[in-house]
Design a protein around this ligand. Structure first.
Ligand code: NAD
Ligand code: UFG
Length: 337
């Protein structure tokens, strides 16, 4: 079974490559490396003993996709390639629609032309917007309030429509909550280019001494300690969810599934957990709320369990331990070759 992974050199994609190779699948990475480092392929080989085949290409390039999809008998595509910064999506909206929406459309067209039927798509919990009720179930209303979230929703919608067109596709849409952590080897992990936007890599950089202090955005939310609550999910659990999705994708036209743990953790609880596993002091200061942030949300995992037989196994302590292991072994990310 050969699987194409668009964006396979990125944070989540590299962990999916490892899970798939270890599950005996043949993997082809299709990536333009705009937000990843070629060294990651070498690291995947060091973990699994096998380097995935790599095609350097852009998901908006339909001819390059057709050529890559024609080179093997692909059973499925896992589509992760995309841009993911909420803040950048506000200042560079056209670029986000082009990459995330047009890129998904071109990929679907290339799959239709080459007879590849099955796609697993990386969506995001951000498609829900402000929750009416928690935990978030897949049938909750969808009202994203960033351009990034709207590109994910539009990609979900176009794939769902194409699934019912001719030739049809089978689609599993995975709505990730907050992926964190890294492979237990510490060989692959999250490697943001600039100052991290997200909480866990920011904490890691404070713990290792590359950043002086964590700004905690808001301490007046209606939560237990006043800080924001999220559903952090270990990236290796998330990767296992993709293996389960590949086993399921041919059984149903369109399936939308949350991948989270069902448990909420506040910013201060995450800082405490990281301090406990690292033994490092993590200085923090309260700062104003970040524009567009929601107080609290976490997933219902019922659909994932019932349809994919998947649930997250690793807890917050595991996530912090593995993030810290990666940070310690690679203080400068993939530049530490
Ligand atoms: P990442 O930036 O580490 O990986 C994305 C990969 O896609 C990179 O290797 C990049 O080079 C590649 N890429 C980007 N645009 C491309 C294009 N036009 N053509 C080919 N390759 C391209 O991000 P990640 O955290 O691994 O996220 C993967 C996917 O999961 C994204 O679609 C993201 O929106 C989604 N997602 C991520 C999170 C998160 O918190 N990390 C949460 C929800 C959803
Ligand atoms: N936070 C801080 N300080 C920081 C960074 C974050 O206090 O330096 C807080 C935020 O205010 C929030 C929590 O930590 O309360 C988590 O923030 P992240 O930026 O780590 O994650 P988000 O929930 O804002 O968003 C992430 C991804 C999105 C994705 C979403 C899915 O960035 O792309 O998860 O749930 F869509």
């Amino acid at each position: 079974m050969t699987v194409m992974i668009t964006g396979g050199a990125g944070f989540i994609g590299s962990h999916i490559c490892v899970e798939l190779i270890q599950a005996g699948r043949n993997v082809v990475v299709y990536d333009n490396f705009c937000n990843s480092h070629p060294e990651v392929i070498n690291r995947i080989r060091r973990i699994t003993g096998t380097a995935p085949e790599v095609v350097k290409g852009d998901v908006r390039d339909v001819e390059a996709l057709i050529s890559a999809l024609s080179a093997h008998r692909f059973s499925a595509v896992i589509h992760l390639a995309g841009l993911k910064s909420v803040a950048d999506s506000v200042t560079s909206s056209a670029e986000y629609y082009d990459c995330n929406v047009v890129g998904t459309l071109r990929l679907a067209q290339a799959m239709q032309q080459t007879g590849v039927r099955n796609i697993v798509f990386s969506s995001s919990a951000t498609v829900y917007g402000e929750p009416d009720v928690l935990p978030l179930r897949e049938d909750h209303k969808l009202a994203p309030f960033s351009p990034y979230g709207r590109t994910k929703l539009q990609a979900e919608e176009l794939l769902s429509d194409i699934a019912h067109s001719l030739p049809p596709l089978n689609v599993v849409i995975l709505r990730y909550f907050n992926p964190v952590g890294s492979h237990e080897s510490g060989l692959i992990g999250e490697d943001p280019n600039d100052v991290p936007n997200n909480l866990m890599p920011y904490i890691s950089r404070v713990a290792i001494g590359r950043l002086p202090v964590l700004n905690v955005f808001g301490n007046d939310y209606p939560t237990s300690d006043g800080t924001g609550i999220r559903d952090y999910v270990h990236v290796v659990d998330l990767a296992a969810g993709h293996v389960a999705a590949l086993d399921h994708v041919h059984k149903q036209k369109v399936l939308k599934v949350n991948l989270g743990t069902g448990r909420g953790t506040s910013v201060l609880e995450l800082v405490d957990a990281y301090t406990a596993v690292s033994g490092r002091t993590i200085p923090f200061a309260f700062a104003p709320r970040r524009a567009g942030d929601i107080a609290s949300y976490y997933a219902s995992g019922d659909v994932a369990e019932e349809t994919l037989g998947w649930r997250a196994r690793r807890d917050i302590s595991d996530m912090c331990r593995d993030a810290w292991n990666w940070q310690q072994k690679n203080p400068n990310g993939y530049l530490d070759q």
